[in-house]
Ligand binder design. Sequence first.
Ligand code: SF4
Ligand code: SF4
Length: 394
Amino acid sequence: MQYRRFGRTEMMLSQFTLGCMQFTRCPEPQALATVERAVELGVNHIETARGYGNSEERVGKALKRIFKTTPREDLYITTKIGPSSNVDEFKRNFDISMNFLGLDYLDNLDFHGPGSYETVAPAMSDRGCLGYVRKLMSEGVVRHFGCSTHGYPKGVMDLVNTNEFESINLHYYYFYQGLRHVVERANELDMGVFIISPNNQGGRLQLPTESLSEASAPLKPMTFNHMWLLNQPGVHTLSFGPASPEQIDDNLIAQDYDGTGPDRAIFDRVLAQVESRYRARLGEDFCTVCNQCLPCPENINIPGLLNWRQMHKAFDMTEYAQGRYAKVGSGGAWILGAKGDRCTKCGDCLPRCPEKLNIPELLWQGHQELETGEISGPAWDHEGDLLKKDLRSD
Ligand code: SF4
Ligand code: SF4
């Protein structure tokens, strides 16, 4: 197992972190055995959350057994608690977490899940949850403080720019690169960068489509994604979330990968294969997820929707893409904005797209493909033609 410095926390974390969200779905002995097996294999960072049902309780029971033979300081434990405008509620939750985990100090406490500064603002004051976390840190009960987020680039960038957090847990993968500037900024601020759910949220890579498996051969798609992330020194640890010891090995294939040697040569070859398939299937219509088209007055998450469309078109990742698209507009915290059929063709986004994409047309195509699985024809022949001419004539 390779270990990486987790930004200014100075913790040396294993490049894979055991995420314990799945523990709510498995029998307790299986959960405990999973933690023990991961630690045996060199994983030294274990992550859970107050909001993950009985996960903290089970992690606590596993740790009790592990600490009989492993020194406490060899492991780093993170839990996450939702920031609240009610500090007493946050304090109660913290006490419950520590009680379940059975720890007298916590290595890392994260605010759980804010998508933007606005959503966390009530907690970010001396009298709010932030003040309470600082008190815990001054007492040595909490060693480090970070934030996990499922938000979109602007919201996450605002969180990072507060510079109140020593680390950030976020969604950034080969198949969703929209947060690359956020990762760069977090590195400038010497923050730890923790990639959450690279397998499932990264494209359901644990159950890959045939065409994706072909394109990434001889690497498994999830190993390809892990290596892509680990090639970046600014990425420090990647979560994996097994529900049994047997599920661990496949997740840790790249545990010794350091971005060099023969494995790097294999990765480079696979990357060329994957990119060539993208080019072949998308042609000129490739969205780089640069986010420059935002904001859209109709609140359409243009890069996200186009990205799912191209995963579907290039690698038949239709089930994943349609699953994500179905949640758009449902009001959940993870999938923000509106669907592509809300585009009014106002044209605001067009001059901002460096790829000169015909965004309204692609959104409409994507909407049909991801909503119904079919293309029933262009949305507006006449105007679509005009848009294309305007965009590509210069
Ligand atoms: S053309 Fe459509 S996608 Fe672009 S800004 Fe206008 S409404 Fe949004
Ligand atoms: S500006 Fe163009 S390339 Fe960039 S995210 Fe928007 S649509 Fe994609």
